[in-house]
Each structure stands twice: as C-alpha cells, then as structure tokens.
Design a protein around this ligand. Sequence first.
Ligand SMILES: Nc1nc2c(ncn2[C@@H]2O[C@H](COP(=O)(O)OP(=O)(O)O)[C@@H](O)[C@H]2O)c(=O)[nH]1
Ligand SMILES: [Mg+2]
Length: 327
Amino acid sequence: MNNYLRSFRTGNKRTIARVISEIENGNIELLEQLYPFTGHAYYVGITGPPGAGKSTLVNVIAKHLLTRGKRIGIVAVDPSSPFSGGALLGDRIRMNDLALNDKVFIRSMATRGSLGGLAEKTKDVVLVLDAAGMDFIIIETIGVGQVELDVAQVGDTTIVVMVPESGDSIQTMKAGLLEISDIMVVNKGDRDGAERILTELKFAFDLKEPKNGWTCPIIRTVATRNEGIDELVGSLLDHRKYLQTSGRYAEERKIKAANYFLGLISSNISSQIHSRISADRLQNYINDIYERRINPYKAATEIVMRVMNTPIKNKKDQMVKRRGEVL
Ligand SMILES: Nc1nc2c(ncn2[C@@H]2O[C@H](COP(=O)(O)OP(=O)(O)O)[C@@H](O)[C@H]2O)c(=O)[nH]1
Ligand SMILES: [Mg+2]
C-alpha cells in the first residue's frame, strides 16, 4: 500500500477529498483499488421533505455516534442542506462544529439542477467513505422522485422523517415512503399537530404487515433540542442487530451488489456503444427510422451486434482512443 492509500485509510480528510474528486473525474482504477477495502461501513439513509429537519437530525445522530467512538461519513444529496451552506447562520455554525471533528467527513453532492447520474455518483462517494474506514455513513436526501428514492435505498437502514405540518402523512403514504421506512421519525415534536400525525402513522402501520419480522418504530423527536435522539439511535442499532441476526443483512447486501453490478453492465455497454458509433452514423439511423426505412428494433440490435463483434476495450484503453469509432 503506498503512502497515499495509507493516509486515505487512516481517515486523512484532505486525502479522502482528493480521492473523491479523482473518482468524480473518472479515475476508475482508483475505485477498483479501493473496492477490496469496502463493505465494513453501515449505511443509513435519511429521507423526508425539505425543511423536515433531516440535516439537524443527522447532526445530532452523528454527535451521538461520536460519543460511541465511531467514525462517520455524511453525504448530503439535498442542495438546500446546511452542509452546503444554504441555511441560516445558526445552522451553519452547528454543522461546522461537526465538520471540524477529525472523525467526521461531510460531503455535499452538487445536484446542479440535474439528477442525471446522481444516484451513481452518490454510490461512488459512499464506497470511497466506506473504504476510508467510516463506521457509519449517513446519506441525506429528500424523498421526492425516483432518483431520491433510489438514493434513499442505499441505506441498510432507511429513516423517514415527517413533520406535523398538514398533509404530510398523506403525502408520505402516496410517495411510497411508508414502504421503504425501517424507522419513522416525527420531527418537530414541539409543534402543534405532532400527536395527530403520530396517531395517523401508528394507524397506517397497524394496517400493514410487519416487514419480514421487523416492526417499524415511530419516534417523536425535537432535533433542535436533542429530544428523542437516544431512542432514535437505539432503534437504529436495534435494526442493525435485527438485520445481522436474521440474515437479512447479507441478503439485502447481496441484492444491492447484484443491482449495482447489473447497472454497471448496462451503463458500460451503453458507453461502449456511444463511444464507438459516430454522431453521423447515429443520425443516419435516426433518419432511416423516422422515414420507416428501418425499424428501431432491428436498428438497435444491428448496432449492438456490430459493436459486440469488435473486441471490447475499456473506456480508458488507449486502443479505443487511437482506433476511434468502429462503425
Ligand atoms: N421547531 C423545530 N424546528 C426544527 C426542528 N428540527 C429542525 N428544525 C428547524 O427546521 C429548519 C430546517 O431544518 P433542516 O435540518 O435544514 O431540514 P432539512 O431540509 O430536512 O435538512 C431549521 O431552521 C431547523 O433549525 C425541531 O425539532 N423543532
Ligand atoms: Mg438538509
């Protein structure tokens, strides 16, 4: 192991940041090198509408875990998150406090108005933090839209955060958040209506079958006052224990590994094809399809077969660069 990797593995924050940007710039070899070191961190997804208090909760959960001597990675996929400096001064100071801790690494994902590839990029960052030896990796995301739901499900444990504001519980049920939640939190428990939403949620969960023997707890918190956090972290650790003792942990991890792998195959094939067919050629196909000279099914198969019949080269392989397009 070279010095660079050693400093990375011992949690040097500057090195971790450098590794992340290398990988974001397409350094696949580095990701390949790090992969054997992954698989030890526990992933926690925390999701819910903007303003529900997710970042505040992440902050207090992280502080609690720190008292247990854990190393924590935080990935915020919410552009309005205080981690990215989008919040009130008070919030930023609280977060900075955490960011300065040697055992905490915080990363905000820039969504830049587009969600394309965000789920993949987030997974890469999570893998890097895993390889860097984090015990827990907390991923914050708003649970709206397919990409966010994908990101939310990176977690071994998914925490869904609700607030007493009107209509939220109904929205949640519609958005399918009830289905993905392992732990339900009603934050802003100091606000009016907290009791009502707790009752509604309890009722909704009573109607549901327990998910493989795990009953989703519903926990009331006031993140700003650190209330309910012991119970929340307790449930998190209980859920982890349940997954591990029931064998679900290995099962779920295997399913995730399979999905990740199959996703990589698809995106690899797709980029092989796109890198080896010229824009003109593609345009000709499109014209032919539009004019009904060829059908799209035949055209797609034709392209895939032609690319597959030429030796497959890695994207980073110089051969491809020299040879260029093959069609
Ligand atoms: N009254 C009250 N305010 C809270 C609570 N938790 C968070 N907040 C405030 O709600 C606002 C949004 O919190 P934030 O953590 O940024 O929410 P996020 O968008 O879900 O990450 C901030 O001003 C927090 O201080 C709470 O339990 N009670
Ligand atoms: Mg936030």
